[in-house]
Design a protein around this ligand. Structure first.
Ligand SMILES: NC(=O)C1=CN([C@@H]2O[C@H](COP(=O)(O)OP(=O)(O)OC[C@H]3O[C@@H](n4cnc5c(N)ncnc54)[C@H](O)[C@@H]3O)[C@@H](O)[C@H]2O)C=CC1
Ligand SMILES: O=C(O)C(=O)Cc1ccc(O)cc1
Length: 370
């Protein structure tokens, strides 16, 4: 039986969901985006089966509606949907990074007996737009559902079954609890990343060379500052209270750091770094060797490569010939005299295992999974 799914907002997340859901041949996707060229690209990439003329038109044809728009827009759409002629057994969900304001905006729908179950796939990227969409984006990542307190458990199970093809790990949480936790591991770190970049921008005046020295650590820590400012403006506005709590805690923490610097006690400074390292190294990871942030993970392979031209293209060609896709490639350290260390990231542990096998066969470079 065909399941009609409306995806409103066909960017990185809506597009990736469309690709993942279409692994199920029973699914027919009706797409709408405020930008026609985005909807057209989504259609041409096979993300959606048909383009709707409006969000309302898409919603009224659907068995399931997914709002994948910036969160302030999702709030407005939840409020507008009360006027739509929705199918009887409809489930409305979304992908927003915040949950409480969105679930609050759905109160009228919920009071009318309509199943609204919030959603948040905890995987993504600093990139946005349908061109960055990937079918496997949500694999092994947590996919949080936030049903209201009296939700119909059968409808939650329907949504859980539907999202099985994303290969994400579905967990159910209360919306407020979700917002508290994501403030800690996602929203506040985002503010810190953007602030660090802001500090660099401010201090480069009169010493413009400093930005050329912004190497590995700074780049790792601030990658997410390249994300879409509309998305993060909306998240910050919606999760303001939790962010203020985090900021107060941060000020307190920085006060302690300041005292530590003033005291200058080597043992205390050592412990500061050692405690953080211990906790960071023990963050949960589902698979051995996975670099799992609290949000998403990649599977890294470290390769000792000789420092001569052409070696990187040699390795990427071997992987491409075996149709193994990689998600990131970087040189961690170059020792110009002998070897450099190349780190290649893969989306799944299986891809990394295959890469290890084919590269071991085709080269004599030593490889490690750390
Ligand atoms: N980017 C990420 O890493 C993640 C984002 N999210 C959440 O998913 C949602 C979507 O984020 P992305 O896909 O990254 O953003 P995006 O910017 O790639 O895509 C959003 C799309 O929504 C469209 N849109 C905006 N207003 C609209 C309207 N009124 N009607 C129809 N379409 C409209 C835009 O044209 C754009 O194509 C956001 O709520 C975000 O918080 C969740 C997990 C990860
Ligand atoms: O790019 C990254 O590492 C992210 O942090 C992606 C991300 C952004 C927003 C979310 O709500 C969930 C995941």
């Amino acid at each position: 039986m065909t399941i009609n799914i409306a995806i409103i907002g066909l960017g990185l997340i809506g597009g990736s969901l469309g690709l993942a859901l279409k692994r199920n041949p029973d699914i027919h996707i009706i797409g709408f985006d405020q930008s026609y060229s985005t909807a057209d690209e989504a259609y041409r990439r096979g993300v959606i089966d048909i383009i709707a003329p409006s969000a309302q038109s898409a919603g009224e044809q659907a068995d399931i509606i997914i709002f994948a728009t910036p969160v302030n827009t999702t709030v407005v759409l939840m409020q507008e949907a009360i006027e739509w002629a929705l199918k009887e057994d409809i489930i409305i969900t979304d992908t927003g990074s915040t949950k409480k304001p969105i679930m609050d905006a759905a109160t009228l729908l919920i009071d009318k007996g309509i199943s609204v179950i919030g959603g948040h796939p905890m995987a993504g990227s600093h990139k946005s737009g349908v061109s960055a969409a990937k079918e496997h984006l949500f694999e092994n990542a947590y996919y949080i559902l936030t049903p209201p307190p009296n939700a119909d458990s059968g409808q939650i199970e329907r949504l859980r079954d539907l999202f099985a093809s994303t290969k994400g790990k579905i967990v159910v949480l209360d919306a407020a609890e979700h917002d508290r936790m994501t403030a800690i591991v996602s929203h506040f770190p985002h503010i810190i990343a953007s602030s660090l970049v802001g500090r660099l921008a401010d201090q480069q005046e009169g010493q413009s060379f400093v930005k050329n020295l912004a190497a590995g650590g700074f780049r790792d820590l601030t990658r997410i500052a390249s994300a879409d400012p509309v998305m993060w403006r909306d998240v910050t506005i919606q999760n303001r209270d939790e962010l203020l709590t985090q900021l107060d805690g941060w000020f307190e923490e920085m006060g302690t750091v300041r005292d530590m610097l003033v005291t200058n006690d080597p043992d205390e400074i050592y412990n500061f770094f050692a405690e953080a390292k211990k906790f960071r190294d023990n963050l949960p990871s589902t698979f051995e060797g996975a670099t799992q942030g609290a949000l998403y993970m990649t599977f890294d392979l470290h390769i000792d490569i000789p420092d001569h031209p052409g070696v990187i293209s040699e390795i990427t060609k071997i992987l491409a010939d075996d149709r193994i896709s990689l998600t990131n490639i970087r040189i961690v350290e170059t020792r110009t005299d002998v070897y450099g260390i190349l780190v290649i990231s893969f989306q799944t542990s299986d891809d990394r295992k295959r890469a290890n096998e084919v590269l071991s066969k085709a080269t004599d470079y030593s490889m490690q999974i750390l």
